[in-house]
Design a binder for this molecule. Structure first.
Ligand code: BYC
Length: 330
């Protein structure tokens, strides 16, 4: 696929004869499916691309706790509350595995978190939308975690060892997250009242398009895809993964009795997939530039949480220093 991207002249990837000897050997290892590990030689742009993608992914997990965390105190039953608590805790864990994977590339946690708080680093656009009703919790599990799985299963086979290994565990937990969301929607749509079903339809109307935007710009406008695919940091293009998401999700919406809010959605029997309408890219770019409905609120919540956790970090490091000096004396 990256060859196609290059052929269409969209993005430049250097051909083999333009690479240095070290770069050629590195590319050959990637082409042979050999994992790159932290102490291996790697081109500087490979390292930077990984830090960018892995840290963006880590930030997304941490910021992603906020929209769902908003409903923990209002979950309708004890069972739903316990499930939601477990899911949000899993997301904190995913953030931690991913920050650790990024740290193996020689960047510190403080730098990464600093970049999030200053607005320099991105996180997934999807978490800048509000959770207005309980049905939104179902939509996040079904559509957001569903999209995350489609994007992340291939990452278990990506070229960088620590990222690929972190993804194996993340994907197992994402499957539970997707299931709990769909289960919640089955209860409301198939066993609930008309008002509950209407609430789900209204939530789908708001979440459908932002969920499709999670996969990033279309291939023709994705500056990073061609190079990331050559390095096997990405195994499929943004549009390929988005198409998979639509094909997998439309029959699930039909089972729930919900209507996908896209008048252009149509089964294409020649190509064996759904054709779908044009994404509002102006909205996508506005959100990733910081102007979505909740960007300011999300960032402020993270900055504040970090400030309030200062005493905990200080207490931990005071204990660690004391423990170390006692051990040195002994
Ligand atoms: N939102 O060249 P492109 C989760 C940026 S967590 C914001 O295609 P790339 C979950 C992109 O960074 C889900 N920004 O980029 C958590 C780039 O900007 P820079 C997060 C986006 O990196 C809690 C520019 O647009 N998943 O599932 O090749 C609860 C051009 O894009 C977005 C991951 O992070 C976006 N949607 O491809 C529930 C997965 N899309 O950095 C669930 C790993 C694009 O050049 N990441 N941008 O300034 C990836 O697979 C890739 O980074 C992306 C983008 C597909 C997201």
């Amino acid at each position: 696929m990256y060859a196609q991207l290059v052929e269409t002249g969209v993005k430049s990837v250097r051909s083999t004869d333009q690479l240095t000897g070290d770069e050629q050997a590195f590319q050959q290892r990637i082409d042979e499916g050999i994992r790159i590990e932290p102490k291996d030689w790697m081109p500087e742009p490979y390292r930077k691309t990984l830090i960018r993608q892995i840290s963006q992914h880590a930030h997304s997990e941490i910021v992603g706790m906020l929209p769902e965390g908003n409903w923990i105190t209002r979950a309708p039953t004890l069972k739903r509350k316990a499930i939601l608590l477990a899911k949000v805790q899993d997301e904190a864990g995913h953030g931690l595995y991913l920050y650790s994977a990024a740290e193996t590339l020689g960047v510190s946690r403080d730098e990464l978190v600093g970049d999030l708080h200053s607005g320099k680093a991105k996180y997934s656009s999807i978490f800048n939308y509000p959770t207005l009703t309980w049905a939104d919790i179902g939509m996040i599990g079904w559509l957001v975690d569903g999209s995350a799985i489609i994007n992340q299963i291939p990452l278990c086979r990506c070229s960088y060892g620590p990222y690929a290994r972190a993804m194996v565990r993340v994907c197992k937990e994402e499957s539970f997250h997707q299931r709990q969301g769909y289960d919640l929607l089955i209860q409301m749509c198939l066993h609930g009242t008309q008002a509950q079903k209407d609430m789900c339809q209204e939530a789908l109307n708001r979440w459908w398009w932002p969920a499709l935007m999670m996969f990033g710009p279309s291939d023709a406008d994705s500056p990073n895809s061609a190079q990331s695919m050559q390095w096997r940091i990405k195994l499929f293009s943004n549009d390929e993964l988005r198409q998979k998401m639509v094909d997998q999700t439309v029959p699930q919406a039909e089972y729930l009795g919900l209507k996908v809010p896209d008048p252009d959605l149509k089964w294409n029997k020649d190509q064996g997939h759904y054709d779908f309408g044009e994404i509002d890219w102006d909205e996508f770019y506005a959100v990733i530039k910081g102007n979505g409905p909740c960007n300011r609120e999300r960032l402020a919540a993270r900055v504040n949480a970090h400030k309030e956790g200062q005493w905990v970090r200080e207490a931990f490091s005071a204990y660690a220093n004391k423990h170390e000096s006692e051990q040195a004396v002994a």
